[in-house]
Design a protein around this ligand. Sequence first.
Ligand code: NAD
Length: 313
Amino acid sequence: LFESVGFIGLGNMGSRMASNLFKAGYKVAVHDINQNVMQKFSDMGVDTKRTPFEVGEASEVVITMLPSSSHVDHVYTGPNGLLHGGHLLRPWLLIDSSTIDPQTSRKLSATVSNCILKERKDNWEFQSPVMLDAPVSGGVLAAEAGTLTFMVGGSEEAYLAAKPLFLSMGKSTVYCGGAGNGSAAKICNNLAMAISMLGVSEALALGQSLGISASILTKVFSSSSACCWSSDTYNPVPGVMGGVPSSRNYDGGFSPKLMAKDLNLAATSAEDVGLKCPLTSQAQKIYTGLCQDGYENKDFSCVFRHYYDGKNE
Ligand code: NAD
């Protein structure tokens, strides 16, 4: 359905996702405020644009992969942004893959659907442009390998139309319902992951103190009711399994800095809907503390160390 794809935000994740689209044969136009990465894409033969608006003018669909809600809001509604000029839009579909709060996703989706299409496309059933929120699970390695999982909110028809694009950058997609539900799914997934990593770390630390090795306790978890990803796939204790950040001094992986960001989004969203989430606040405090202690660029499973650094009083 789509031939020309715009991509805005060529950082750790976006540069790899945009490269995969380019390799898949899409006509790609990109923009980033970082001139070095723009030069890199230009050297690869990719069309580089000076503003988000210019990307939109050159593309049928535009994907954004930006640090946070304020950046996405700026790229959409700021000067020379995707929606510059207010109503007449060239792209039919706008996809935001950044991890942001569902409230901002919903607000932008409503703003986009109030715009008018500059030209109609025969096989595009919508009268106005459409926005999908489609954040991803999987870090830089999954972005590089094209094995991300996309969780998508917005119109189901637009999701089905965009699926081939997602599958050029990822291995699976989950349709989550209306606008903002992709963003909601992402922050809830990471909230559960943050807390389960803490739960497993705390139990393994207590087990060790009681004289059981982390390897044996992990075996018990794997065949019992504590079985979960944090224990059997991404174990936080050095030496229990190979190929995970804990086996290489917690280098690579998903940083406490990004985890703290996602927990802040969860805490703000919980406050917005008036739901008390005590474990969210506790996890937020612990992962933010890791960042303050200088671990902000290690993998988040280094939270296990927290039980040995005297930080858990
Ligand atoms: P990053 O900081 O490496 O990249 C962001 C890019 O956006 C940078 O190149 C920056 O120059 C660009 N940018 C910032 N403001 C801009 C603007 N106004 N116009 C154009 N470009 C602008 O971030 P990342 O690690 O690639 O993460 C991107 C998003 O994906 C975040 O929301 C993050 O939470 C989410 N995410 C990251 C990971 C991960 O492991 N890194 C995993 C899943 C989701």
